[in-house]
Write a protein that binds this ligand. Structure first.
Ligand SMILES: *[C@@H]1O[C@H](CO)[C@@H](O)[C@H](O)[C@H]1NC(C)=O
Ligand SMILES: *[C@@H]1O[C@H](CO)[C@@H](O)[C@H](O)[C@H]1NC(C)=O
Ligand SMILES: *[C@@H]1O[C@H](CO)[C@@H](O)[C@H](O)[C@H]1NC(C)=O
Ligand SMILES: *[C@@H]1O[C@H](CO)[C@@H](O)[C@H](O)[C@H]1NC(C)=O
Ligand SMILES: *[C@@H]1O[C@H](CO)[C@@H](O)[C@H](O)[C@H]1NC(C)=O
Ligand SMILES: *[C@@H]1O[C@H](CO)[C@@H](O)[C@H](O)[C@H]1NC(C)=O
Ligand SMILES: *[C@@H]1O[C@H](CO)[C@@H](O)[C@H](O)[C@H]1NC(C)=O
Ligand SMILES: *[C@@H]1O[C@H](CO)[C@@H](O)[C@H](O)[C@H]1NC(C)=O
Length: 352
């Protein structure tokens, strides 16, 4: 849309410049030199405008690329450090902006070293369309993020294979973890990418789905209805609200679909699983089709709601711990399978 507006602007300026040329040819000499000056000024203005537009476009294209390059370069060394508060990555956390990490809850006792004798999560789940956000500080006061291909070989205390015998990955978030500036709550969470590694943003009009098979292994100690719990997957709204459009949030005894605070969907909160218990496996299917979101849980019910139109979206999944307490505990979500549908290179829509 922005590009179209800019193109229209350039076209209008060209038309105006052409009009000035035609006009000046039909004018007497006296007026013609005045017109020539005007014409020169006009062209100077048009050329300057073109440079500004070019600069804006280049910035828009190059800045995100620079961030992701920094991320991949920094992965191996950053994940090796033991005191992560000084470890740094560039990060893009939410929406189109680079959200800074808060330092209000800083983890000083964090070992993110990779256990090389252990298989990494990337050998268990196909993580090629995801980047990982961690509850620790990253570069430039942002939370740490790990992108592919480094993500394939990363294993640490927040993100590691489930205990022997299980083909699953544990996403652990300490309640005291570092948060993004947009949130009071820490996360160990995957954020959807495109095939080429760029951040995914897709239209509400498409047909796309995320299917995750998971168990919630550990809830934060401080939970009550309406507070606490853990968000296990999100439909994230990029442009309009730059926040969650809908989330699936698990509490120690139930699971529900919740609307983001600024979104306009038809459902506010609706229970998906009325009788959840920690460790119980569920298959969550989050499908978007023609501006509607359907959330289905195999051990519960299905809810369909509208989502905000004219917005871009992406999926997230993991353990986003919804608590602000300072006690020494956390949230753990165990993911057995995560699949995307309807995207280039992904499985065909709809999922089973
Ligand atoms: C990571 O740690 C290992 C073992 O401590 C060391 O051999 C390696 O050089 C470190 N890598 C980086 C990039 O610091
Ligand atoms: C960090 O974790 C690695 C692998 O899990 C281990 O080898 C190392 O001893 C740990 N370091 C500290 C300081 O705990
Ligand atoms: C690394 O992983 C192996 C295999 O799971 C395990 O036996 C070992 O204790 C781990 N080492 C550390 C330091 O966590
Ligand atoms: C953090 O990112 C900046 C800018 O890209 C870079 O100059 C700096 O070296 C990075 N910090 C570390 C510790 O790698
Ligand atoms: C929600 O709807 C109101 C009224 O139609 C509108 O002003 C607002 O921008 C909408 N919010 C979003 C996030 O779409
Ligand atoms: C949970 O509730 C559903 C009905 O809502 C019921 O069919 C199911 O048996 C219950 N499961 C457990 C473990 O209680
Ligand atoms: C528990 O959570 C509530 C709501 O998030 C918060 O107001 C309260 O301070 C927390 N209690 C503790 C002990 O952290
Ligand atoms: C992993 O996922 C990507 C993107 O969804 C897909 O293109 C690729 O084929 C998958 N790889 C495997 C081995 O399934």
């Amino acid at each position: 849309m922005e590009e179209q507006a800019l193109t229209a602007l350039i076209l209008r300026q060209r038309e105006a410049a052409a009009a000035v040329t035609i006009l000046s040819l039909s004018l007497p000499n006296k007026k013609r030199s005045l017109q020539r000056k005007k014409k020169i000024l006009y062209w100077i203005a048009a050329v300057s405008a073109a440079f500004v537009i070019l600069a804006v476009v280049l910035l828009a294209v190059l800045v995100p690329r620079r961030f992701s390059q920094n991320q991949s370069q920094l992965q191996s060394q950053s994940i090796n450090t033991t005191v992560v508060t000084t470890t740094t990555f560039a990060i893009i956390t939410t929406g189109r902006t680079n959200a800074a990490a808060t330092s209000t809850t800083t983890n000083t006792n964090t070992n993110t070293s990779t256990n090389t004798t252990e298989p990494s999560p990337g050998k268990i789940l196909n993580l090629s369309a995801w980047e990982l956000q961690l509850p620790i500080a990253g570069n430039m006061s942002r939370v740490a993020i790990i992108t592919p291909p480094a993500l394939n070989s990363v294993s640490n205390q927040f993100f590691q294979p489930a205990p022997a015998g299980l083909s699953a990955v544990d996403f652990y978030t300490p309640v005291t973890g570092v948060t993004t500036s947009d949130s009071l709550n820490p996360r160990t969470e995957l954020r959807q990418l495109n095939q080429d590694g760029s951040l995914a943003f897709w239209s509400y009009q498409g047909s796309y789905a995320l299917q995750v098979i998971l168990t919630v292994e550990l809830f934060p100690a401080n939970v009550s209805n309406g507070a606490g719990g853990v968000i296990v997957c999100q439909l994230f709204s990029a442009a309009v609200i730059n926040g969650p459009e809908y989330v699936v949030r698990a509490y120690p005894n139930f699971v529900q679909l919740e609307r983001g605070s600024n979104a306009n969907g038809s459902v506010d909160k609706q229970v998906l699983v009325p009788n959840y218990t920690a460790g119980q496996q569920m298959k969550i299917t989050f499908s978007v089709m023609n501006g509607k979101l359907t959330a289905a849980v195999d051990i519960g019910t299905t809810v369909t709601t509208t989502i905000d139109s004219a917005d871009d979206y992406y999926f997230k999944a993991g353990s986003y711990c919804q608590t602000q307490e300072s006690a020494d505990n956390g949230c753990k979500v165990r993911i057995f399978s995560i699949q995307l549908y309807g995207f280039p290179g992904a499985l065909a829509f709809p999922p089973n």
